[in-house]
Design a protein around this ligand. Sequence first.
Ligand code: FAD
Length: 338
Amino acid sequence: MIKTDILIIGAGPVGLFTVFEAGLMKLKCHLIDAIPQVGGQLSEIYPKKPIYDIPGFPSILAGELVHNLMEQAAPFKPTFTLGERAETIKKQEDGSFIVTTSEGTKHQAPVVIIAGGLGSFEPRKPLIDSLASFEKRGVEYMVREPETFLGKKIFISGGGDSALDWAIYFAEHNNSKVGLIHRSESFRAHKDSLEKVKQLEKENKIELFTLAEVVGLRGQNDLESIEIKQKGKENSWFDTDCWLPLFGLSPKLGPIADWGLDIEKNAIKVDHTLDYQTTVPGIFAVGDVNTYPGKLKLILCGFHEATLAVQTAYKIIHPEKRFTLKYTTVQGIQGFDE
Ligand SMILES: Cc1cc2nc3c(=O)[nH]c(=O)nc-3n(C[C@H](O)[C@H](O)[C@H](O)COP(=O)(O)OP(=O)(O)OC[C@H]3O[C@@H](n4cnc5c(N)ncnc54)[C@H](O)[C@@H]3O)c2cc1C
């Protein structure tokens, strides 16, 4: 049994910052995450994308922000259960909670803070018979390490920001032309990105296929070619090393949806004005996973929510004590010995 003061479900940016704020109040945290790395969406979806709305950082790469959050949390010695999904929660007679993961690891804490973001997210997959046999063999739904794609022939499908951003990135960083395939003639992506794609098409660095879709895949073991069906043309096969169908992610709250909390549109309802506590006392929800009137799914909003949540968490854990908030400039950072 892993015991801690605050058990955080989700090691995304908001979960990581919760460790820091809790640490300032001398509360120890343990984090559980279903994926084997920390950073949530920032590490999983867009580690190399710059973020422009983190206060004090005019621009910072998502991966760098995760690194900094880990560094900021380090004095408070957080511990982790990674690569395991929190499955069940049970309230004990003493008011504490026991959370058990998919691997059977048990955790006990008087306070649980859910920072589960979009939950466990699944890519939207196209309906092609042989798709599964080429996954990780040329078909990828996310770009984690762009370097691994360099020097390869790439086709990308999709009309949103992710598809266009990566098409632009590879057109600018690769020697071979990038194929961009989209079902419609209109794009959901940002206008600037579309203008850039058109420019790169003129420069012969992107080949644009509109009113088109991939309908077949071929290869001995790894993907070798894709079949494109385009309105008004015969279907054609194109040689390629990889195909990235970037149709977005469909968020699934997963097991948390069955924890008896008040759920609205795939998010947990919280008491927004006070402390982001859920309808179950002792369980809080911060970051993308919660909802309340005026909610914005932004990292900085999650940071604020976590800061308020730990104030009430302190009162639950130490009902006999009073905590006086002092600026870090006054009291400094007093980390934990172990
Ligand atoms: C392409 C893109 C660009 C973005 N750009 C910006 C931007 O510029 N500025 C900005 O402020 N925001 C941006 N966002 C939004 C931002 O990424 C989110 O607001 C942020 O990630 C929310 O952080 P979080 O910690 O709440 O959740 P997440 O980052 O989603 O992390 C949640 C973690 O919880 C884990 N989890 C979920 N359920 C369980 C479970 N049952 N058991 C164990 N672990 C679980 C997940 O695996 C995940 O790692 C962007 C998002 C995307 C997709």
